[in-house]
Structures are given as structure tokens and as C-alpha cells.
Design a protein around this ligand. Structure first.
Ligand code: C2E
Ligand code: MG
Ligand code: MG
Length: 455
């Protein structure tokens, strides 16, 4: 039987076949895939030859559906199904398991290299234009593969491994191919270990908020602080927020972590002098949640922090998964007086149009440009261009990651007014932050007194 026949017999009208068939594309469905994999696994249990399964997911399918309508989306899915079926290697099988997700079984692919080769072929086949009658559409797909029995001996485990590999691909961008490997398995185990410890730490209130000063570059005076999450586990030691924040997002408990952190940060900031602001990082998960503005406001109202003293930092990449909801969240935050800054500017897709579409108040120039500004003229040109553009758009600018006096001098000469970085102070706990503020106040008082005496 050819793979074509295998998939075609799904089209027969008997009720059993219907239960195993995806009505839109005529391919097998998840149940059919499960049967296939179980059957193959039981055959291979005696004969320990590996086989491979894979998942293909269309990149950005939702916007295609939204833009061209569901009929066009369905047409594309049918064409994808047709192409995959047509280019399946010997003995292969393909099913549709989610709206824009296809899974395949490759009985004659035994290892990573073979899987990657098939992945590249599928990727090329799917990237050719799709004919929608009045127009052509192009798209890309991401792939995740898992090889039996290493990546799992049972259907559920094997599919989960392919799904993990797919997730890796998606995280790396569009059109990527990943095969589940020992390193991925190790990272997953480590991830699970961190997840469990972090969940415990949130309940035990062990995740802290530290504060890094944001200063006026003209005189070094403090204008506000950025709250940065800090966590040290008893066994694993210090774990960076760039590790545990994405993990909490991925595993679905970022909301409770953010709420705890925002509450702590707001409670500290409430006691600072009124002219100092608190800058707090929003996670990407919160930009796809329409309730974010409401939730943020609820926390700071409960604590009693004036919303006009709060700034929320968001990154470009985090706005990309659903720009419409992100825009709604940003507008709602504005309407209650909370300001919004664009963090890590220059590292994401940096669409200039977005600066206009979204009502940001500030742009934070990424550390990668600041650290190069005195040694690399192209970094200097980029910073100069960002500053000129922001001036025209009436956006304030903060330079991130200033470590030397030379960098400050250069930034000032280019017209940058605010910055933060180790030169001015690393993030420190609430008590040390108060000491910093107090030292500044005392310095001011002394200066004022000196001014009076000198008069
Ligand atoms: P970010 O928001 O861009 O924060 C700036 C990062 O640069 C911080 O790293 C800060 O400690 C570091 N940094 C500041 N000045 C310097 C400098 O002069 N030199 C160098 N080398 N580094 C400097 P950190 O604290 O490890 O945070 C990493 C990222 O984790 C943050 O990047 C932010 O995206 C995320 N993050 C931290 N805290 C939170 C939080 O409470 N919520 C969310 N959603 N994300 C957070
Ligand atoms: Mg930030
Ligand atoms: Mg940043």
C-alpha cells in the first residue's frame, strides 16, 4: 500500500473511518495517528529498529485566518495536507491533529540527520506560494521530531517529545526544525526541577524584588528605580530572572509570580519620595491577557501606590504574539495614568511603525548598544538615530547598562538624559534602596544649607 492509499482509505464513508478522519482535509486525525504509532511501536518492540514521528505547525496561521477569512484559511490547510501527503517518503503517514498542526510517522527514518533532512524537504515544499484564486499567499512552518524509542516508547510520551521539540523550534523563530535530543531531555529535567522549587518559593514568599536606580545623566540624581526579581534557591543557588521568568511563563504560573512581585515592589515604592517612579517589567504572557490593566490597577490600588508613579516595561517581541490585545492593554494602562516603556529597544524587530501605533512614553535603549558606544561607531550611530527619532516622537529615552564614565559622557553628548547601569548601582534590596534615597536627600539638604550659608 502506498502512503497515498493509506491516507485515502480514511475517505471511505463507513462510520469507523469517519471517526478516524479529519473532515476538512481528508487526512487521518489524532486517533488515527495514535493507532498508527501504537501499531508501529508494538511491531518495533520485538525488532528494536527506531522510527520517527514529527509535528509541523504553520507559523502565524491565526493572522492569515483573520486577514483573509476562514474559507481562505481552510483552503490553505487543504493545500498543506495535499503537499505533505504528496511528498511523504515510503511507508509514511500524515494526520491533522490541531487546526494548523500536522503530525507524521516516518517508519524508515531512524535518526536525527534523517529527520532533519525530511524536515528541510517538508519546509521547502510548504514554503511555496499558496494559490487562493485572486491572490497568492506565502507561509512558513516549524517542525519538531522525536525518534522512537529514545524519545518515548508510548504514543503520549513520543508525541509530547515531538511537541517539546516543536516548541523549541517556535522559540527560535519561524521555519525552524528541531529533533528531540538528550540535551533537550536534560534541559526539560532541569526545567522541571526549577519549576517545582520556584512554585515552592512563591508560596514561601522567597522571591524578592530588588531595585536598580535610574538616574539623570546630567548630575547622577535618582529619578526612579527598576524592580528586578531575585531568587536564590537553597540547593540550586542563585537563578537569574532571565531563566525563571520565561519558565514561569512557559509553565503557566507567571500571573501569580507577577502579582507577588508587583505587590512587593509597589509596597516599597509607596514609601519613597513622591517624585520617584517605579518601573516594573511586564511579562509577555500579560500582553495577551485582556485583564492585565485591571489586574495591575487592582494590585497597586490595594497597596495604595499612585498609578502615575508606575511605569511598565514591555518588550517588542512580547507584543508580537497578539498586537491587538497588546495595544488594548497599553491603552487601558494609559487611561488610568500608568506609563509604558519599550524595553530592550533595538534587539527585537524594532518596527518603527510600532512606536507610532503604540502610545509609549519611553524607550529603553538596549545594553548591547550602550556597551559598544565608545568603541564601535556603528553603535554610536544607532544610539544617535534612536535619540533623534524619539525626540521627534516626543518619547523619553533611558540608556540601559551604563558601566563607565566614558559611556555616560558619550550618551550625554548625544543628548541622552536618563540612564541606568552598574556605574550608578546594581539592583539592591528594599532596605539598601532606602539608604540610597536617604543619602541623596541628605546630600541635597547639605547642598541647600551650604547654598543658604554661602548667601
Ligand atoms: P531587563 O528588564 O532588560 O533588565 C535589565 C537587566 O540588565 C537586569 O538583569 C539588570 O540587572 C541588568 N543590568 C543592569 N545594568 C547593567 C550593567 O551595567 N551591566 C550589565 N552587564 N547588566 C546590567 P536581570 O536582573 O538579570 O534581569 C534580566 C531580565 O529578566 C530583565 O531584563 C527582565 O526582562 C527580566 N526580569 C527581571 N525581573 C523581572 C520581573 O519582575 N518581571 C518580569 N516579567 N521580568 C523580569
Ligand atoms: Mg526592564
Ligand atoms: Mg532592558
Amino acid at each position: 500500500m502506498t502512503p497515498e492509499d493509506e491516507n485515502m482509505d480514511d475517505l471511505s464513508p463507513n462510520p469507523k473511518a469517519v471517526a478516524y478522519t479529519d473532515p476538512l482535509t481528508g487526512l487521518g486525525n489524532r486517533r488515527r495517528l495514535m493507532d498508527k504509532i501504537r501499531k508501529l511501536a508494538s511491531e518495533r518492540a520485538d525488532d528494536p529498529a527506531p522510527f520517527t514521528i514529527g509535528i509541523a505547525n504553520i507559523d502565524g496561521f491565526k493572522p492569515i485566518n483573520d486577514l483573509f477569512g476562514h474559507a481562505a484559511g481552510d483552503e490553505i490547510l487543504c493545500q498543506v495536507a495535499h503537499r505533505l501527503r504528496a511528498c511523504l517518503p515510503d511507508g509514511g503517514f500524515v494526520a491533522r491533529i490541531e487546526s494548523d498542526e500536522f503530525a507524521f510517522v516516518l517508519p524508515l527514518v531512524f535518526e536525527k540527520k534523517g529527520a532533519e533532512k525530511i524536515g528541510r524537504m517538508f519546509k521547502d515544499v510548504l514554503s511555496a506560494p499558496y494559490d487562493l484564486g485572486d491572490r497568492n499567499v506565502r507561509l512558513s512552518a516549524s517542525f519538531g521530531f522525536a525518534v522512537y524509542p529514545f524519545a518515548g516508547e508510548q504514543f503520549a510520551e513520543l508525541l509530547k517529545s515531538a511537541d517539546t521539540a516543536l516548541y523549541r523550534s517556535k522559540r527560535r523563530g519561524r521555519g525552524q526544525i528541531t529533533v528531540y535530543s538528550e540535551e533537550i531531555a536534560e534541559e526539560m529535567r532541569r526545567g522541571t526541577q526549577i519549576e517545582q522549587a520556584l512554585r515552592r518559593a512563591i508560596i514561601a514568599d522567597e522571591v524578592a524584588c530588588h531595585f536598580q536606580p535610574i538616574v539623570n545623566l546630567a548630575d547622577g540624581s535618582i529619578q526612579g528605580f527598576e524592580a528586578l526579581a531575585r531568587w536564590t534557591d537553597k540547593e540550586m543557588g542563585f537563578i537569574s530572572p532571565s531563566v525563571f521568568i520565561p519558565l514561569a511563563e512557559e509553565r503557566g504560573f507567571i500571573d501569580s509570580l507577577t502579582e507577588t512581585l508587583l505587590k512587593k515592589a509597589a509596597e516599597t515604592a509607596k514609601h519613597w519620595p513622591q517624585d520617584l517612579f517605579l518601573s516594573f517589567n511586564l511579562s509577555s504572557a500579560q500582553l495577551i491577557d485582556p485583564a492585565t490593566a485591571f489586574n495591575v490597577l487592582a494590585v497597586i490600588n490595594r497597596v495604595g501606590l499612585d498609578p502615575r508613579r508606575l511605569e511598565l516595561e514591555i518588550t517588542e517581541t512580547s507584543m508580537m504574539s497578539d498586537p491587538e490585545i497588546a495595544a488594548k492593554v497599553v491603552n487601558e494602562l494609559h487611561s488610568v495614568g500608568i506609563r509604558v516603556s519599550l524595553d530592550d529597544f533595538g534587539t527585537g524587530q524594532s518596527s518603527l511603525g510600532r512606536l507610532r501605533e503604540f502610545a509609549f512614553n519611553k524607550v529603553k535603549i538596549d545594553r548591547s548598544f550602550v556597551s559598544e558606544i565608545t568603541v564601535d561607531t556603528s553603535a554610536e550611530h544607532i544610539v544617535r538615530a534612536i535619540l533623534t527619532m524619539c525626540e521627534g516622537l516626543n518619547l523619553k529615552v533611558i540608556a540601559e547598562g551604563i558601566e563607565t564614565e566614558e559611556q555616560t559622557a558619550k550618551l550625554r553628548s548625544l543628548g541622552c538624559k536618563s540612564g541606568q547601569g552598574w556605574l550608578y548601582g546594581k539592583a539592591v534590596d528594599a532596605a539598601a534602596t532606602f539608604n540610597l534615597i536617604e543619602a541623596q536627600e541628605m546630600g541635597r539638604n547639605r547642598a541647600a544649607k551650604g547654598f543658604l550659608v554661602n548667601r
